[in-house]
Design a protein around this ligand. Structure first.
Ligand SMILES: [Zn+2]
Length: 436
């Protein structure tokens, strides 16, 4: 008993010392001088702007001459006068626990031959890569068989153990029996699953509660599979009954968790919209009718164009030429969706292709398919923050928001591929990259 008491006292005094250390240390102050600053909310570019950062948030933004007067002498000054400065980018569809799966063999190999600890070590590298690419926010849409390891990656980042973006994680994702890899093995073998397999509305409600219990910020599920083209449109087989999907979305929303649906074909998108999901992932089979419904319901589209283009050739060569058709259908759908005002959030499916490919390549496709460079940047900043329901914290360089700031040397509004060459990355007032 005595020993416990002594331990308690030691722990208490230790806690007090730490608290004291924290209160006596003033927050770090940084003054950034930006030659050009992209005001994503107003859709304009401002010149010679000063950003005063105190601790992890932005205290003041305005013309350098005005802000300079309020800068304390102890402030660290960062000169970005020759650069274009913009808010940290957000990738709303990643898989840090995956290292590319052009073919089924690539995928199966990772689940069969790599342990979850090994995959998690690689995930920490992926998270750092994302941050260095300029992505200060990532919504990671399922671990592909690595259970809740994404929650651990997020915790390690938040505690400062490893560098990485602000993570929004969805843990294991859902599909129904027989509708998600690993498939095609002997029935005598118990194979690992790439998702949490659930059947029946009641089981689904319990499974949603379980994922939320273990740290899911979002719920992700696979709405469809077996894609085919009929009358020029992409169709699919739906994985869940209407009752099951409704149970999943209702239970998630009841627990305050938004829902992302992997929905490629018309049928999967239709079913997901009926169930009331918050974002449609991929959505290659979108037609005008579905787009109008998305506008009415306020549903986001996360198009993941680059991964489709990237895997198309490989998958076609492996015997699935439909991926070439899907790529072309999406190019057409994207332009129409932009004109109709469908809410579009930037998402790349990084991890679906190797992390050595810069996930900022998606920007060039968005512009080629019908967005202005400003619209493309907004999809990865203000729009992404809105999708993630965190507009008060990030998505623009404004007073009170996290100091999540990136810079490039050229003008991304003239050449959007400049965003593939990010030179400076700050997250929460800390500089993680500075290659000026
Ligand atoms: Zn994905």
């Amino acid at each position: 008993m005595k020993r416990i008491l002594i331990t308690l006292i030691t722990v208490t005094s230790l806690l007090q010392t730490t608290a004291l250390a924290q209160t006596t240390q003033p927050p770090k102050v940084v003054f950034i001088k930006a030659g050009r600053l992209i005001d994503v909310r107003a859709g304009r570019v401002l010149e010679n702007q000063g950003i005063l950062v105190e601790g992890e948030r932005i205290k003041t933004v305005g013309p350098i001459a005005t802000v300079e007067k309020t800068v304390p002498s102890t402030a660290q000054v960062i000169d970005l006068l020759k650069y274009t400065v913009l808010p940290g980018l957000a990738d709303c569809h990643t898989h840090v626990l995956l290292q590319g799966d052009i073919t089924a063999a690539d995928y199966d190999e990772q689940l069969l031959k790599e342990s979850i600890p090994y995959r998690t070590i690689r995930a920490t590298v992926a998270a750092r890569t994302g941050l260095m690419n300029g992505f200060t926010v990532m919504r990671d849409l399922e671990t592909e068989g690595a259970m809740y390891a994404d929650v651990d990656v997020k915790t390690a980042i938040n505690r400062g153990v490893i560098p990485g973006p602000r993570m929004f994680v969805s843990t294991r994702a859902f599909s129904a029996t027989g509708m998600y890899p690993l498939l095609g093995y002997s029935w005598e073998l118990k194979m690992p699953e790439g998702v949490q397999i659930v059947d029946g509305a009641d089981n689904i409600r319990r499974a949603v509660r379980e994922q939320v219990k273990y740290g899911a910020d979002w719920i992700k599920f696979y709405a469809d599979r077996r894609y085919y083209v009929k009358d020029g449109a992409l169709h699919s087989w739906v994985n869940f009954t209407e009752e099951e999907m409704k149970a999943m979305v209702d239970e998630s929303h009841r627990l305050g968790r938004p829902v992302a649906a992997h929905a490629m074909g018309w049928d999967g998108i239709d079913a997901s919209l009926k169930a009331g999901v918050d974002s449609i992932e991929h959505g290659y089979g979108l037609d005008e009718g579905l787009m109008d419904r998305m506008v009415r319901q306020g549903t986001y589209w996360c198009p993941t164009i680059y991964v489709g283009a990237y895997v198309a050739e490989g998958r076609a060569a492996a015997g699935a030429p439909i991926w070439l058709t899907m790529r072309d259908l999406e190019a057409k759908a994207f332009g129409i969706a932009v004109r109709k005002g469908v809410k579009i959030a930037y998402g790349t499916d990084a991890g679906g292709y190797a992390w050595t490919e810069n996930q900022a390549k998606e920007f060039s496709y968005m512009v080629r398919y019908g967005m202005t460079p400003m619209q493309a940047i907004r999809s990865a900043t203000v729009a992404a923050a809105d999708l993630l329901q965190r507009s008060n914290d990030f998505g623009s360089i404004e007073v009170g928001k996290f100091a999540d700031i990136v810079a490039v040397s050229g003008d991304p509004l003239r050449d959007i591929s400049e965003l593939e060459r990010v030179r400076f990355v700050m997250k929460g007032g800390e500089v993680y990259r500075n290659n000026k």
